[in-house]
Unconditional design. Structure first.
Length: 154
């Protein structure tokens, strides 16, 4: 897209996916309070990549990194919320820092939801299987998610 014929703007899409109870969507600035609270909790974070609680500024950079991953790679991490009330649950998606040899399925869930549902955890595992089976095509991965019990909100 060009504005005034001089400035080029790059636009990218992040698909929104729904399970029966959860919505996976792009991170928004309004997620900062809930995500910073979750990532600031040492009990939640002790098993995560850094192994320690994160500051609010670090969480902001994490959210920006997740959004940038979609633009640069065509896949990435989603914010996860409950469909019925919009409560922030955590993050889930395909994670690949620059220095990792390959992507992996990752998720972090806030304490009130850490035993949310074995069914949801199984769906996230199947998300990983879809990724493995269709590594080259985002469209195939998204289509196959419906077979794993996940529907696109588009």
């Amino acid at each position: 897209m060009r504005l005034d014929g001089e400035i080029k703007v790059t636009v990218f899409e992040i698909p929104t996916l729904n399970t029966n109870r959860l919505r996976l969507r792009a991170f928004q600035a309004s997620d900062l309070d809930a995500y910073a609270s979750m990532q600031g909790n040492p009990e939640v974070m002790r098993h995560m990549v850094m192994g320690r609680a994160s500051t609010r500024a670090e969480v902001w950079r994490t959210m920006a990194t997740f959004l940038g991953g979609w633009a640069l790679r065509g896949y990435g991490m989603w914010a996860c919320e409950k469909r019925d009330d919009g409560a922030f649950v955590g993050s889930v998606g395909i994670f690949q820092p620059l220095d990792w040899p390959e992507p992996e399925i990752a998720y972090s869930v806030d304490q009130p939801f850490d035993q949310y549902s074995p069914v949801e955890h199984d769906r996230w595992r199947r998300l990983g299987q879809c990724w493995s089976e269709h590594h080259q095509s985002v469209r195939c991965r998204i289509r196959d998610l419906s077979r794993a019990g996940v529907e696109s909100a588009r």
